[in-house]
Ligand binder design. Structure first.
Ligand SMILES: Cc1ncc(COP(=O)(O)O)c(C=O)c1O
Length: 457
């Protein structure tokens, strides 16, 4: 239906995406909030997708959408790469679950060990959440200390131990549904303050490990850079605590060896998922042999039990092997990072030329936009990890409460302009070519005009 001048943004969205609206009416009574993942909640309703390829996906109403969700970060090669599809199809025909060991799990584990500098040994899990659960339990066994330190806004999955400090307000007492006795094992502090880290470790000898997203919480909303990582490594070594990098997003994305290879900082343990399994479910913990040894039965030592029906399942292994072989060439992360940089630069040029108080920032293939900003902008020559951080990295400004009206309006407007943009952020893949990025910038301009018309920019 053609848009009319008097239609609001939400009315235009509702009319254009009628097939999705119809499906959401059924889903509402079935699923809480009508969706199956919190990040898919959308006002007035989410889009329903039928298929995807490369940098694009198509919805039930026939729209071709440039995708910046990229499988919640699990695609670095774009949707449906031919080599990965072929590997999974061939494995599907051979069997999906043998309840037994198989060749592909060895090939998969060897690739992880080849790419990730810290990986002496590897244990596969069913998801990233399971991987951080395992890493923390191993740290307790190894250090004999029950607690761990994490940073405000850092997301490590949804198990009880890591729920503290993940969402704003970061120092709120208690997490709904998480027993206080469990939550009290997590100490959460703001990121990027090494003195505070050291003081916290000194004041609490029960803290055995530090876990973090190595490029910053919520994939770089408040960026973390090399000096902080190096400082953490030094502090952990000096105080004999374990350093855990949660590279569920950054692993294989930032560089073939993740953030640890890029920054040259070797953690004791690493949690991985997403790209690891090439867009299928799967995760792992990789790291020091003497820490992973707690999974083995040894005389006089406690053994950590680790079952898990879908650990290293053959389909995920097939997708993971095909994906990591491509990752190993270095080309996918180089291309995705270049696409992210182009998008940040072009968006900042746009915001500047239209005198819009928005700024784009981020590192590697991760891009964020913030409104209400009139300060300096990142320079176009900024590299993968040195762009200016708006608001001096203030966690409350960059990762504080969101203007949800503006958030949903931007999402609706971008969808109306052919882009599925992840609220105030997005990730690129090696399929996000210059043309794709330039189309996205045009969509942003049209979308911000729509937001302006509703007084929401
Ligand atoms: C940094 C990080 N850690 C852990 C997880 C949890 O992974 P999964 O969703 O596979 O359980 C996520 C998921 O988005 C993540 O971004």
């Amino acid at each position: 239906m053609p848009a009319t001048a008097t239609q609001t943004l939400a009315e235009r969205y509702t009319a254009e995406f009628a097939g999705s609206k119809q499906r959401f009416e059924s889903a509402k009574g079935l699923f809480p909030c009508g969706v199956t993942h919190d990040a898919r909640m959308m006002e007035p309703f989410p889009v329903y997708i039928t298929h995807a390829k490369g940098a694009h996906k198509w919805d039930v109403d026939g729209h071709k959408l440039t995708d910046y969700f990229v499988g919640h970060g699990s695609h670095l090669l774009g949707h449906g790469p031919d080599d990965v599809v072929k590997a999974v199809q061939e494995q599907m025909a051979k069997g999906t679950h043998f309840g037994a060991c198989h060749d592909l799990e060895i090939e998969w584990g060897e690739l992880v060990r080849k790419l990730l500098p810290s990986a002496e040994r590897v244990r596969f899990t069913g998801s990233g959440t399971e991987a951080t659960l395992m890493a923390l339990r191993l740290s307790r066994l190894y250090t004999g200390r029950a607690k761990f330190l994490k940073f405000h806004g850092h997301f490590h999955g949804w198990h009880d131990y890591v729920a503290v400090g993940a969402d704003y307000p970061y120092d709120a007492p208690g997490v709904p549904g998480v027993p206080d006795a469990v939550a009290s094992h997590c100490v959460a502090i703001p990121p990027n303050d090494l003195n505070r880290v050291e003081d916290t470790l000194k004041s609490d000898p029960q803290i055995g490990a530090i876990i973090l997203e190595p490029t910053g919480g919520h994939w770089g909303t408040v960026p973390i850079r090399g000096p902080f990582l190096k400082g953490l490594r030094e502090i952990c070594t000096r105080h004999n605590r374990l350093l855990i990098f949660d590279e569920v997003i950054t692993g294989f994305r930032v560089s073939p060896g993740g953030a640890q290879a890029f920054y040259g900082v070797i953690p004791d343990l690493t949690s991985l998922a997403k790209i690891l399994a090439g867009g299928l479910p799967g995760g792992c913990v990789a790291g020091r042999a003497d820490v992973l040894a707690f999974i083995e039965p040894r005389p006089g030592k406690p053994k950590m039990r680790h079952p898990g029906t879908y650990n290293a399942n053959p389909l995920s292994a097939a997708a993971g092997v095909a994906t990591l072989k491509r990752v190993a060439t270095g080309e996918p992360s180089t291309k995705a990072n270049a696409a992210g940089r182009r998008l940040r630069n072009k968006l900042n040029e746009l915001f500047e030329s239209r005198d819009w108080p928005w700024v784009a920032y981020g590192d590697f293939s991760m891009v964020r936009v913030v409104s209400g900003y009139r300060g300096a902008r990142p320079s176009t020559s900024a590299g993968d990890n040195d762009c200016l951080v708006p608001f001096d990295g203030d966690v409350n400004k960059l990762d504080g409460p969101k203007n949800m009206k503006q958030f949903y309006a931007l999402r609706q407007a971008m969808l109306l302009n052919g882009v599925d943009w992840w609220g105030f952020a997005g990730m690129t893949t090696c399929e996000h070519t210059d043309d794709v990025i330039d189309h996205t910038v045009t969509a942003f301009e049209a979308s911000l005009d729509l937001l302006n018309a509703e007084g929401l920019s």
